[in-house]
Design a binder for this molecule. Structure first.
Ligand SMILES: [Zn+2]
Length: 330
């Protein structure tokens, strides 16, 4: 979601300074801070064929308060340049959107400390070079404007940006973004038109592996063919944990499979001594797991009928008696 820096660069009021100082470690003076206004988002359909509902903008108004601005969505502390200290909703009843709503936008005031390091940035804002920002947030609902299905949870046949007849009128298909759950950041973007500088599609923060798979599947299905998605840092770490867990399980699976092959080879040597070992190993290695288990059991039964097998862990009652131990004692 791309928005613009507002040209409303009015001098800092006492009220503004009071609000800014709620976010600072020590009270700053007017000379120490630079402030500017920006439009974070509105209820118009954007370049990615998405738009916020007015209630969603109201929720974002509180979610964006105190959030820091960064450069090009790089999540490192030194990139945090400015912080939002006030937000408001501005409505223009004289301007009606294509969807018939009064044009409404979320406006923020941000500040940054005046320092040598940030002088270039201040100059770029003042001169209009840094004039576009994008916002990243998560929403709970993405409703298809044509059929009303929530594309966070189910797919539909409509493509964003295409037109479909609705009650005899050709209507634009877009996603109505509703019920924001988190506002991650706002960012100065070097290439405003970049496809991924938009609303970060929600990847729900669940913790069971099944939920992660469901979230990923929902996310994939909600995207149109040329659309990109971004994941938050938390979501990426959650995915990394999930993959590491799968790696551990896969390793256990490999060990179990290898053990079944070795046991099958051993039992086969007794049950079918004529079978060439290398041929048998190749066959066992290429077998599906279920067949391998069946083969191992069958070879074991056959080997037991040829030659009674004792597990290396079993202990004869005679040996236990010799040591004065009961076979059931642990
Ligand atoms: Zn639809």
């Amino acid at each position: 979601m791309i928005a613009c820096l507002s040209k409303n660069l009015s001098p800092l009021s006492d009220g503004d300074l009071q609000q800014i100082n709620q976010f600072t470690r020590r009270p700053l003076s007017k000379e120490e801070v630079y402030s500017f206004s920006l439009v974070l988002c509105d209820n118009e359909v954007d370049r990615q064929w998405e738009r916020f509902s007015i209630p969603a903008l109201k929720t974002l108004q509180s979610l964006f308060l105190g959030k820091t601005g960064i450069f090009d969505h790089l999540h490192v502390a030194q990139n945090q340049a400015a912080r939002i200290f006030a937000t408001s909703l501005e409505s223009d009843p004289a301007r009606v959107t294509e969807q018939g709503e009064p044009y409404t936008r979320l406006v923020a005031k941000a500040y940054l400390p005046r320092s040598q390091k940030l002088e270039d940035l201040i100059l770029e804002i003042d001169s209009g070079i840094k004039k576009e920002v994008s916002v990243g947030c998560a929403v709970s609902h993405r409703v298809c404007s044509i059929c009303g299905k929530d594309r966070m949870h189910e797919s539909c046949e409509h493509q964003k940006g295409s037109y479909y007849p609705v009650k005899g009128v050709e209507s634009l298909c877009y996603d109505l973004l509703d019920s924001p759950t988190d506002a991650y950041e706002w960012s100065f973007v070097a290439v405003p038109a970049q496809r991924n500088a938009g609303v970060i599609k929600s990847f729900s923060q669940n913790h069971s592996p099944l939920d992660i798979r469901t979230s990923l599947k929902d996310l994939c299905e909600s995207l149109s063919p040329d659309e990109q998605a971004s994941l938050s840092r938390d979501a990426l770490f959650q995915l990394l944990d999930y993959i590491s867990g799968l790696d551990r399980l896969a390793e256990l699976g490999r060990c179990y499979r290898q053990d079944l092959v070795e046991q099958s080879m051993k039992f086969s040597a007794v049950a079918h001594p004529g079978l060439p070992g290398d041929v048998l190993r190749r066959t066992l290695d290429s077998m599906p797991m279920e067949d391998l288990i069946d083969f191992c059991n069958a070879f074991q039964a056959k080997a037991a009928s040829v030659l009674p097998i004792h597990s290396q862990f079993s202990q004869s009652p005679h040996a236990a008696d010799q040591k004065g131990l009961s076979p059931f004692q642990i």
